[in-house]
Design a protein around this ligand. Structure first.
Ligand code: GAP
Length: 536
């Protein structure tokens, strides 16, 4: 699928716009238009329903060690600055950036690739932001240009090894930057904290600096005791939260995939340490199934366990659910969601102070005077089991998903081009968004075939009856074939048309977006029939 076609459809049909577009846009910020807002709400509502509101606390689900409870939370975006000091974000949540003195462009150090090459007696490293075959082609083109050679001289370039990360290159004086014409224009990598800073209060100074949350998770940890004391939950249980997060990404890119403002859908699941490996497996598999159940093809989706070296300092196991986004080179996948076994790192950090790993255990990090580097709250966040009387700090399994990334994956998956007959029966090319009916922004569209003979009145009556339950669209303008095609592009699963026959026998046509099959049903049965089809 061509990503440019999807991006242009998103703008043309009101799924996604660039933020502040009339002022030239703001890099890394995106707005959802009338169709996009419905789609993203449906993604979030499906997640909330499937994980929280619709969860059955009384039954042990398949694959789970036992029955468990789920509750929700909605915390503030700005929290006490100490939260981020104890969580590790203040000290550790950074990327390395490199700047190009010639092109004035900025890159994330770990996202620049390149190849070693010798030509005309010189060994250089040709850098690119691309990967895979595109990266190989781009480095060849740039090397030919750099050495003033023609395409037919490509064999004279002696490549040494495959594309590798710039992080493996110690000496930048031999690097041809991704947009540079000369060698050695990249600066040394510099650390950059990704949290957005703000000042709280009218008279605020640097001492009143706070941060926009870079994840929703910490709001859950710091409310662990509040939830425990105020609701009748007992371990094992999960707390879910969805909401905005902010990261000052160095290189926002790939449409909404890496944005600076985005929404997360996170669960912190608290369990007994001994059961945590089983719960980790359970959540990994449950979350993977959630995406396939909503239409992501399993051959474009994968579950990737992190290697030991990739694991965060606190994690005993992490898996990513990844999708083969069309903007990535073939064979590459982008992260949709991470499922992490976080042990007791977070609760203990907020009790004791920021922790660091020492051998196999986590200890409070201390300063030169031996005092905690970042003090915890001092509040007891341990848990006492009412039945066994055992007191312990629960372990945490964290399925952490991005609402915008999931929405983007569903958009990519839905996009299709095929042919459908027009009103004269002639086959015409069409773009159709094959959303899962639960995610479709509009569930049904209602049309009068023509704007006369009482057809609009009947169609509006049907529209009003459906509107009590779903997002439905009424359209009486233009040729009916064109109206169908507009709904195909919006991903509307069903179209109901009132025609001449409706006036005699009370039936209307119902057209299926995917099969293009049209059947007649009675106008009074529209609500039941749409409900039945949506539930399938
Ligand atoms: N609490 C754990 C956590 O935040 P993460 O892997 O940094 O983990 C979780 O983020 C999810 O949030 C990612 O899998 C992704 O879906 C989404 N996400 C992270 N950064 C993002 C960004 N810059 N733009 C859009 N989504 C992002």
């Amino acid at each position: 699928m061509d990503m440019e076609k999807l991006v242009s459809l998103c703008k043309r049909r009101g799924f996604i716009f660039q933020s502040s577009e009339i002022y030239g846009g703001l890099n890394g910020f995106w707005d959802y238009g009338p169709l996009g807002v419905e789609l993203k709400r449906n993604v979030k509502e499906s997640w909330w329903r499937d994980m929280v509101a619709g969860h059955d606390d009384t039954t042990t689900p398949a694959g789970a060690p036992e029955a468990y409870q789920m509750v929700g939370l909605d915390c503030t975006i700005i929290m006490h600055p100490q939260v981020w000091k104890c969580s590790g974000h203040y000290d550790l949540f950074h990327d390395f950036m490199v700047d190009c003195r010639q092109s004035k462009k900025r890159y994330r150090h770990d996202q620049v690739n390149g190849r070693w090459l010798t030509a005309k007696g010189k060994r250089i490293f040709v850098a690119t932001e691309l990967g895979g075959d595109e990266g190989l082609a781009e480095t060849e083109q740039r090397a030919l240009k750099f050495f003033n050679l023609r395409g037919k001289d490509a064999e004279t370039l002696a490549w040494d090894g495959p594309l590798i990360s710039l992080t493996k290159v110690p000496d930048f004086s031999v690097v041809l930057g991704p947009d540079a014409k000369e060698l050695g224009t990249l600066t040394e990598p510099r650390e950059f904290n990704l949290m957005f800073k703000t000042i709280v209060g009218a008279m605020g100074t640097e001492d009143d600096a706070a941060f926009l949350r870079p994840e929703t998770a910490q709001g859950i940890f710091v409310n662990f005791k509040n939830v425990l004391d105020s609701s009748r939950v007992s371990v094992p249980f999960g707390i879910a939260q969805m909401g905005k997060s902010f990261r000052n990404e160095i290189t926002p890119r790939n449409f909404t995939f890496r944005s600076r403002e985005f929404e997360q859908m996170e669960i912190e699941f608290f369990c007994h340490p001994k059961q945590s490996p089983d719960w980790y497996q359970y959540w990994r598999d449950k979350r993977f199934r959630w995406y396939t159940g909503l239409g992501l093809a399993s051959n474009r989706l994968r579950l990737r366990e992190h290697d030991k070296e990739e694991l965060s300092h606190y994690s005993c196991g992490t898996a990513d659910i990844e999708y083969a986004f069309p903007f990535l080179p073939p064979g590459e996948f982008g992260e949709l969601e991470g499922i992490a076994h976080r042990g007791d790192f977070d609760l203990r950090s907020h009790m004791e102070g920021k922790l660091v790993r020492q051998g196999d255990s986590l200890v409070v990090e201390t300063d030169a005077e031996g005092k905690p580097r970042h003090r915890g709250s001092g509040k007891d966040l341990s848990y006492r089991d009412d039945i066994t009387n055992e007191r312990f700090v629960p372990h945490v399994i964290e399925p952490s998903a991005g609402a915008d990334r999931a929405t983007l994956a569903f958009l990519c998956e839905a996009y299709a081009e095929d042919e459908a007959p027009d009103e004269n029966g002639k086959m015409q090319g069409r773009v159709v968004m094959r959303f899962h009916p639960r995610l479709a922004p509009i569930k049904a569209a209602v049309f009068p075939l023509v704007r006369k003979d009482g057809m609009p009145e009947v169609a509006q009556e049907i529209y009003r009856s459906l509107k009590t339950e779903f997002n439905v669209f009424y359209d009486e303008k233009g040729a009916v074939g064109r109206r169908y095609r507009r709904q195909d592009e919006a991903g509307t699963p069903f179209c109901l048309t009132v025609d001449g026959q409706t006036l005699t026998d009370g039936t209307v046509t119902i057209r299926d977006r995917d099969t293009l099959k049209q059947e007649r049903i009675h106008k009074n049965d529209c609500l039941t029939e749409i409900k039945r089809r949506l539930a399938q």
